[in-house]
Design a protein around this ligand. Structure first.
Ligand code: PLP
Length: 444
């Protein structure tokens, strides 16, 4: 009988993998809290929350219970023409928590579809309102919004989108507030978030052609873990208002506490017109997503004219299992004081990572909520455009894995983003591993 890895390699295709050169996948048999347990008896601390989805830890008893109970009652039902209690209750709970004005929920099943729905809704919103010339989206440099065709279009051009260039639609691209590599050469300590002027220029030049501005509020993740000054976020909202266009907040990654607030938009604070949620929405249990929107957007689709209908619906829309886990996850936030835990992690990450600034191989240290980031100076030249491919990433990944912690750098950007149930001792241990590994690098 061949091993699980051999059977995997014979049949499967893993994301972002060049099969010939990638190390073989590691069979995981169990997860509990912050740990993954492998077939060969290893225990690995999940330092990236399994691609940023896990929030309360693996196999949480309360979430397991909610899932089992729901599976025993109703596993799934078509959501066109039918409804169910978990979908209604989750929508009620979410709209209570979301920034003011986001009163309606449209369910889908992953982060890319949550964004795709927001883009299509924004586009058709203007058409339904009699302004079909508003067809242009504005995105930011270093943006990442997903792997489907529309979400690749609004993402910054990168190695992820290169092969599909001809399929993508045109998007206007504005500066991101990447303070460590300021796009206009200023210093954060003395600037007035002047990089916003680029977005302002685009909105002015494109005038009434802009359907919406899409951003990852406060933390641009896949593009290099770029932490924003909160003034940039409030500035985006202000400019969208001044130019009468929609603001779309992609909180697929930042939602549900990751940046220290329930939603990153609260840092502004701003209320976007559309918000995209996934990952932490189902606490990392199930493929599940939601797009929230204002009444004004919802109402633009209310008509007897079928051409105004939003013709978009996924088979697994409002999946009851996803809704049930989502509801239980919101209970856990309350019962376990989850946001206070994140505040504690943030404090510990700041204290633990700041000293690394003194190393020559460290360019920048950034912390927001439960995410600690160390940008290495190696390969600084390519880090702006193609940093994801910087060699240092896979080398560090292997080194940390050997020490029992899963950290998967984005090229030269190392980050630590654990499930919020991590203990102080466990965080300290990971910080110690990071110190040891970075100090052993040239320039460390
Ligand atoms: N938007 C953001 C900000 C993301 O970080 C991601 C994934 O990492 C997505 C969208 C896409 O989500 P999914 O991978 O579930 O399609």
């Amino acid at each position: 009988m061949s091993s699980l890895v051999e059977r995997d390699l014979a049949r499967l295709w893993h994301p972002y993998t060049q099969m010939q050169t990638a190390p073989p996948p590691i069979p995981v048999v169990r997860g509990e809290g912050v740990y993954l347990y492998t077939e060969d008896g290893r225990k690995i601390l999940d330092g990236i929350s399994s691609w940023w989805v896990n929030i309360h830890g693996h196999s949480h008893p309360k979430l397991n219970e909610a899932l089992t109970r729901q599976a025993g009652e109703l596993e799934h039902v078509i959501f066109a023409g039918f409804t169910h209690r978990p979908a209604v209750e989750l929508a009620e709970r979410l709209t209570e928590l979301l920034p003011a004005g986001l009163n309606r929920i449209f369910y889908s099943d992953n982060g890319s579809t949550a964004v795709e729905v927001a883009l299509k809704m924004a586009y058709q919103y203007w058409r339904n309102r009699g302004e079909p010339e508003r067809r242009l989206f504005v995105g930011l440099k270093f943006a990442y919004h997903g792997d489907t065709v529309a979400t690749m279009s609004v993402s910054e051009e990168s190695i992820f989108t290169l092969s599909f260039e001809g399929l993508l639609f045109r998007v206007a691209r504005a500066h991101a507030p990447y303070c460590f590599r300021c796009p206009i050469g200023l210093e954060r300590a003395s600037c007035a978030v002047d990089c916003l002027a680029d977005l302002e220029r685009i909105l002015r030049d494109e005038g009434g052609r802009v359907a919406g501005v899409i951003v990852e509020p406060m933390l641009q993740a896949a593009g290099g873990m770029i932490v924003w000054p909160r003034e940039f976020l409030s500035g985006v909202r202000k400019l969208c208002d001044e130019h009468g266009t929609l603001m779309i907040a992609d909180e697929v990654m930042t939602g549900f506490g990751r940046t220290g607030r329930m939603f990153a938009s609260e840092h502004g604070p701003v209320s976007p017109d559309l918000m995209c949620l996934s990952k932490g929405l189902s606490a990392g249990y199930l493929p599940f997503a939601a797009t929230a929107m204002t009444d004004s957007i919802y109402e633009a689709f209310l008509s007897d004219d079928r051409a105004k209908t939003f013709f978009h619906g996924h088979s697994f829309t409002a999946n009851p299992l996803g809704c049930a886990v989502g509801l239980a996850s919101l209970d856990v936030f309350r019962e376990e004081g989850t946001l206070q835990r994140v505040a504690g992690i943030e404090k510990q990450l700041r204290a633990g990572l700041e000293p690394l600034r003194s190393l020559a191989c460290v360019g920048d240290v950034r912390v927001i909520g439960g995410v600690g980031i160390v940008e290495l100076t190696e390969d600084a030249e390519s880090s702006a455009a193609g940093g994801y491919l910087a060699d240092i990433g896979p080398r560090l990944y292997g080194e940390f894995l050997g020490r029992g912690v899963l950290l998967r750098p984005l090229g030269n950007v190392l980050y630590f983003m654990p499930p919020y149930v991590i203990s102080e001792t466990e965080t300290d241990w990971v910080l110690g591993q990071i110190h040891e590994v970075l100090r052993a690098l040239p320039g460390g």
